[in-house]
Design a protein around this ligand. Sequence first.
Ligand code: HAM
Length: 428
Amino acid sequence: MSQIKAVRGTRDLLPPETELWNRVEATARRVFERYAFGEIRTPIFEDTQLFARGVGEETDIVSKEMYTWEDRPRAQSEKAQMLTLRPENTAGVVRAYIEHKLGDSGLLQKLYYIGPQFRRERPQKGRYRQFFQIGAEVIGPVSAGSESPLRDAEVLEMLATFLDELGVTGWTLELNSVGSAQDRPRYVEALRAALTDVAPTLCVDCQRRAVTNPLRVLDCKVLDDQDKINALPKIAEFLDEESRAHFAAVLAALDACGVRYTVNPRLVRGLDYYTRTTFEFTHGGLGAQNALLGGGRYDGLSEAIGGPKAPGIGFAIGADRLVLTLQAAASGEMAGALADVYVAPLGEARQAEALVLARELRRAGLRVELGEGSFRLKKSFEMGNKVARAIVLFGEDEAKSGVMTVKDFATGEQTKVARGDLAEFLRK
Ligand code: HAM
């Protein structure tokens, strides 16, 4: 029979790697909760229109990368609904904000999420078709201060703190402002005009982008094109007074708390909902897919999907890429954590009682591996040595006397310990 494999671009996460994933997620929860964020969990699939209108019909994500299908209608009279596996979570969070009228509280909503996203991209290192994001959004009515540059700076400072707490070093924060919804079309027009002369001298991809989506020319990585692209008009020249002041205030707040950044005038990002601040944290160790996380402000997104005015700012961390970075930094240290003890029943007649002993130790908070009564003593030692720091032999004598024999694998030392003292002994 032919073997069935995980679908291209998807993968299984196995221990010990999952321990690292859990550490990353636990750190995110801990840090985000200190900044008074609460968790939101939205559905994994949504009405396709949410992404078409939210993320933008012309973006690569919506035009090429979504997993979309027609849902079977319940009755013949019903129209089939188009559904999509979420390619990102911001649109879903804003939909939930609108649907549950969260803005009525008059407060800022600070929501974080952890979960899988789906994009039909070409798989490579750090790029998958099912990948995981850890993200957060701050959204609310203008009266709650949702437009304030302080929100942008606070989110960025939180990200810097999160990465520091995880022990990620060597990251760079790149920032830009893409201006208001009015600034951007003026810029795109100017870019298009400038590209009519320049595009024919650029790579073939850029020649195509110059026509279909001029902003994407700014993402070009082809070495020969860089000088020409850097000489194109910059979006900063097209910002209105308000956007300019907003960006200056974000930078000043970052300076005040010592978060280092570089302004990258070419950072326009691939989702249509962004206004004003956009940012990415990159990491040199990641290779071509060097964006560890990305985000920005989306002051018009709620209205674009039928909601009230509700400016917001947020980010999503590529958890797969973050784990890759941590693995590279800790290379070699990825052995799974050993259990505290291996409980070895000596003979099948001891199995049930050994389970009781293991239960006692586990309830005392120890990490316990339970052996197998049919194993010979030598095999129990060999197996135990692979998975635990120590072994407890549990035979007829031990069951009767209540005195256990413990062997420490590291020192080879063998000790007799009363059953009631065992947990305490092993903890040391
Ligand atoms: P994004 O830049 O599309 O933004 O994705 C954020 C991060 O997700 C990327 O920086 C990258 O680390 C990770 N990522 C994206 N695609 C893949 C993939 N195929 N494989 C592995 N990792 C990937 C957003 O998704 C926005 N919703 C962020 C946001 C939140 N903006 C405002 N609020």
